[in-house]
Design a protein around this ligand. Structure first.
Ligand SMILES: C[S@@+](CC[C@H](N)C(=O)[O-])C[C@H]1O[C@@H](n2cnc3c(N)ncnc32)[C@H](O)[C@@H]1O
Length: 272
């Protein structure tokens, strides 16, 4: 079931959404994402091995920035009841195709995860997202909304781009050019929109900034994980092994991925 809601006119969100409409096909083609596991980072272990969420049987789960909803589909197969939200209609159309293909009952909603206001407070046991948080300018507003949507003691799983990825990778040096870790640059990328080209933006945040944002939004941080690309081995020649997140897009960055974390996961619990 796909529901389309009126969207924000915020130009950053509009252009980010348009950019993802444009990138959707290539992203789904070049990233090989499992429909049977929750993915966290390229060539890294997924939820079936990391076990961050525990049993999800019967739990109500909201997946923000769900893209093609691979995580929601896997969680549904494990007994959860999932809703996936994304801002890009093309990503959601692909999600609807995968849901039909896998006979997975996932609610799909178009909306802005910064303020997901269409759900009642306390609707979810768990809120997760892999790689949506870094597109949100006001992450404090987003975390506060998540807090209100969760039941007391509910789980928030924030899997996002590691702050080191804000910096250029120098192939010749085999190192990242970390110019100023304390003020990671905002990545601005061209996004085609109906009336021309507007910039999409990716925001990188240091560990301490993320920790403060979460704790000030009523969460306690229980675990922090920087997933290691265990399945990026010479023997497998970037084949992926059991990782639920592989593909040609990622194997092209083999050296960088093997030396610097791509993702960071914050496992947080609603305390207030
Ligand atoms: C890197 S993709 C990740 C998709 C999916 N979670 C995955 O791991 O494949 C980023 C997603 O964030 C979505 N997105 C960006 N800004 C958003 C916003 N403000 N609200 C909801 N979704 C957003 C994009 O449309 C895109 O599908």
């Amino acid at each position: 079931m796909l529901r389309l809601f009126p969207l924000t006119t915020d130009p950053i969100k509009r252009d980010t959404g348009a950019g993802w409409d444009e990138m959707s096909e290539a992203y789904q083609r070049d990233s090989d994402i499992s429909l049977d596991d929750v993915h966290y980072a390229p060539f890294a272990m997924g939820e079936s091995e990391l076990n961050l969420l525990g049993s999800v049987e019967g739990k109500f789960i909201l997946e923000l920035a769900c893209g093609a909803a691979q995580n929601s589909i896997a969680l549904t197969k494990w007994g959860a009841k999932c809703v996936g939200m994304d801002i890009s209609p093309k990503q959601l159309r692909q999600a609807a195709k995968y849901c039909a293909q896998e006979s997975a009952q996932v609610g799909l909603v178009r909306g802005d995860m910064e303020r997901p206001s269409m759900f009642a407070p306390g609707s979810f046991d768990v809120i997760i997202s892999s790689f949506g948080w870094e597109f949100i300018p006001d992450l404090s507003a987003c975390f506060k909304s998540c807090n209100s949507l969760l039941i007391p003691g509910g789980t928030l799983l924030v899997c996002t781009a590691h702050p080191l990825n804000a910096f250029e990778w120098d192939d010749r040096e085999g190192a990242a050019l970390v110019t100023d870790y304390f003020s990671p640059p905002v990545e601005v990328w061209e996004a085609p929109v109906a009336d021309g080209h507007g910039p999409g933006m990716t925001f990188f945040r240091t560990y301490s900034e993320m920790f403060d944002l979460l704790t000030r939004s009523g969460f306690s941080v229980e675990r922090v994980v920087e997933p290691f690309p265990h399945y990026l081995t010479d023997e497998m020649d970037a084949g992926g092994g059991k990782s639920p997140y592989v593909g040609s897009y990622w194997s092209a960055s083999r050296e960088r991925l093997s030396r610097m974390p791509f993702a960071i996961i914050y496992l947080a619990r609603k305390t207030a």
